[in-house]
Design a protein around this ligand. Structure first.
Ligand code: DGY
Length: 314
């Protein structure tokens, strides 16, 4: 029987399956908790959240650790080389959240373009005084060009949704897809994508190379009147620069589910009516979150049983 630490509360009954064969310690405030400090000398597996920073110091102080099972597809909270150097297996939860995250990305796209959240605030404030031909005009979605940055599982799922809106799709990423996988989307370099796309949706992982990929300069080169959507990771976009691009152009709007310093949000975004802000809920539909928890727990059970995990990293 191994000691398994579970960060936070997970949906579904996966933790019960863990308890059937292992000692489980669970704490709401994750690896920063006193509960973790008390058991860390024995912990062989951690079911981690993206808010848990798994770095070299953490690993050095967790001598029996064998597996970190992240309840997320992104693993930027985990120092992968440090884990590799210590023989600690890292797993994530791909596939099960692809469609839910693509749904949210498209929802943000529609809300930002057609000013849905802004309109909702206006109605609730009692400021809807009746229909006029010039009231709350927004950006046209159908037929507009969508640019996808990172055409992996989620980017491709967003591109599929765009087809229902007759949107031509451009994409960029490190390697060009073959025609079957591209499903009609056209590969372009990032610089061309940002100057041509009416909507840009970010789906690349956060790495040193993608940190501030959308900096002041790149935001300034985006197509006038375009809309930026980010459901990937906040630090890919320079948030203060985005606030300026939303105030002075060229951007018409942005739809954001992720932020540079979560849960803190740059004040310039909080006051922009043309920024639709969601609290990192891309994967937050009930079946998806349950599937993510089950996948993370399955990964732990496999490693503790001496078998390869379902979804290892690297
Ligand atoms: C992830 O999985 O990386 C998301 O940010 C949370 O669903």
């Amino acid at each position: 029987m191994a000691t398994v630490f579970v960060s936070g509360t997970l949906p579904g009954d996966g933790v019960a399956a863990l308890r059937a064969s292992h000692r489980v310690v669970q704490a709401e405030d994750g690896i920063r908790s006193a509960a973790f400090a008390d058991c860390r000398a024995d912990v062989e597996a951690v079911v981690a959240l993206l808010t848990d920073r798994i770095d070299a110091a953490f690993l050095d102080a967790s001598p029996r650790l064998r597996v970190v099972a992240n309840v997320a597809v992104g693993v930027d909270n985990v120092d992968l080389p440090a884990c590799r150097a210590r023989g600690v297996i890292v797993t994530n939860t791909p596939d099960v959240l692809t469609e839910a995250t693509a749904d949210l990305a498209f929802g943000l796209l529609l809300a930002a373009a057609r000013r849905i959240a802004e309109g909702d605030r206006l109605v609730r404030a009692g400021a809807f005084t009746g229909w006029t031909p010039t009231f709350m005009l927004g950006t046209r979605v159908h037929g507009a060009t969508l640019g996808i940055v990172g055409m992996g599982r989620i980017g491709s799922a967003v591109a599929r949704r765009a087809r229902g809106f007759s949107m031509p799709v451009l994409y960029t990423q490190r390697s060009r897809l073959d025609a079957t996988l591209a499903e009609g989307a056209t590969y372009v370099e990032l610089e061309e994508l940002v100057t041509r796309a009416d909507f840009v949706s970010i789906h690349c992982p956060l790495t040193p190379a993608t940190t501030h990929l959308f900096d002041e300069g790149r935001l300034a080169r985006m197509k006038p009147g375009s809309v930026l959507i980010n459901t990937a990771r906040g630090p890919i976009v320079d948030e203060a620069a985005l606030g300026r691009a939303l105030e002075h152009g060229p951007l018409a709007a942005a739809g954001l589910d992720v932020f540079e310093h979560e849960p803190v949000i740059d004040p310039s975004l909080l006051t922009r009516p043309n920024a639709v802000l969601a609290p990192h809920i891309g994967s937050a539909d009930r079946p998806t979150r349950q599937a993510m928890a089950s996948r993370a727990i399955a990964n732990v059970l496999e490693v503790l049983a001496g078998r390869p995990p379902v979804s290892p990293i690297g």
